[in-house]
Ligand binder design. Structure first.
Ligand code: LMR
Length: 396
């Protein structure tokens, strides 16, 4: 039965974890996957999470099935975080939010729903984009194309190219946009450029799907979320996927969500009913623990304040490591101006290194980044930074 089954290639991101785990190099550093590690190289257990879990353990409870769309208190907290608790979309009830299996699950539930709604639509993703965007929308049955994004020469965004491609897109095209902390490049468009994107999305009747996996890792929770308000103000209906993997350091709990802003409360009810079918036919209903923890933190002002502080500390440490990376590369003899690393934001730096250089980094030095040159600066720390800088200098 399986004789004709071909060996699939390793996942370009998670596949590196497997290779890293098998690597015997004692100096190895994993800058592949987008995971935040503290200065001791440890995955942090956030204080707000620990406190919420300790509280939950005081009254252990049996685990029944959750509703298909998840924990209501969680979905409401997500709505508040994404749109603002007192915002018109939330108070008028025209947001349909479902708990999902990570941000990836939110994207897939949205993709499955969209495939039923607009089966012939094309999906546009940025060039480059998160490796899984193309695979995910393709597996949902869509034709996936890209719009220009990264400008390698100017080290930034080819905004004119991006805008021209959106302008040329057919009505109904689904446009996947990174709400903040663009993955993989680390380059975001400016607030004024977002205004232009919103104008084109509206004028050309495109469907915006905002992937917001890194809210809080750019400039702040509200600052990073501000782009959502622009789409709301323009009177658009659109999709937002949320992830708490990174912002709560709850990667393995797979806590995410999908929110769909609809034209009315009644419409949101109908959309929700369809999202529930997408969930039910994929995995029935979501798991409890991660969503319960996030809800317990976001819905408690004191705990939420702790979370905001902890997220702010992660953001600040990443920023500091960016500067150390630039300084360290210079000290290690790199002649090229690497200061662009500090103008990028979020967890990643698109280093500009070639595939050959990335493969050498991995094979000769045990420093893991993706073949496209993406490095997770959130995994740099005061102990591994010198080694990483020297290794990078040697392959450059
Ligand atoms: C990444 O881009 O490394 C993260 O979003 C993790 C993943 O699932 O790929």
């Amino acid at each position: 039965m399986f004789t004709a089954v071909e060996m699939a290639p390793r996942d370009p991101i998670l596949g590196l974890n497997e290779q890293y785990a098998a690597d015997g190099n004692p100096h190895k550093v994993n800058l592949g996957v987008g995971v935040y590690y503290d200065d001791n190289g440890k995955l942090p257990l956030l204080e707000c999470v620990k406190a919420a879990e300790e509280d939950m353990m005081k009254t252990p409870s049996a685990r029944g099935y959750l509703p298909i769309d998840g924990i209501a208190a969680y979905d409401n907290a997500v709505k508040g975080l994404v749109f603002g608790a007192d915002s018109e979309p939330v108070t008028s009830g025209r947001v349909a939010t479902v708990q999902a299996i990570g941000g990836t699950g939110g994207l897939k539930v949205g993709a499955d729903f969209l495939k039923k709604l607009s089966p012939d639509a094309t999906v546009l993703i940025s060039d480059p984009s998160w490796e899984n965007h193309r695979a995910l929308f393709t597996s949902a049955g869509f034709k996936v194309e890209s719009y220009p994004y990264y400008d390698a020469e100017r080290r930034g965004v080819n905004f004119d190219g991006m805008l021209a491609a959106l302008n040329a897109a057919a009505a109904g095209t689904i446009v996947v946009l990174h709400a903040c902390c663009h993955n993989p490049t680390g380059y975001d468009i400016t607030a004024a450029q977002w205004d232009q994107v919103v104008d084109v999305v509206k004028a050309k009747q495109l469907t915006a799907f905002l992937d917001m996996a890194y809210q809080g890792f750019g400039h702040g929770i509200a600052e990073d979320g501000a782009v959502i308000g622009k789409f709301v103000d323009a009177g658009l209906t659109f999709f937002v996927s949320t992830s708490f993997s990174k912002s709560f350091s709850l990667y393995g709990e797979r806590v995410g969500a999908l929110s769909v802003l609809c034209a009315s409360k009644e419409e949101a009810g109908r959309v929700l009913s369809q999202l529930k079918i997408a969930i039910r036919t994929n995995y029935s209903n979501p798991p409890i623990h991660g969503g319960a923890v996030v809800a317990a933190v976001l819905n408690d002002p004191a705990r939420r304040a702790v979370w905001e502080k902890e997220l702010g500390e992660m953001r600040a440490r990443i920023k500091a490591m960016r500067q150390k990376f630039v300084d360290g590369l210079k000290a290690a003899g790199v002649k090229e101006d690497m200061s662009f690393i500090t103008t990028q934001i979020g967890m990643f730096s698109y280093s500009g290194l070639t595939k050959d250089q990335m493969v050498r980094l991995r094979n000769e030095f045990g420093v893991y980044g993706t073949d496209t040159g993406r490095m997770c600066v959130a995994a740099l720390n005061s102990k591994n930074i010198d080694y990483v800088c020297q290794s990078v200098a040697k392959v450059m």
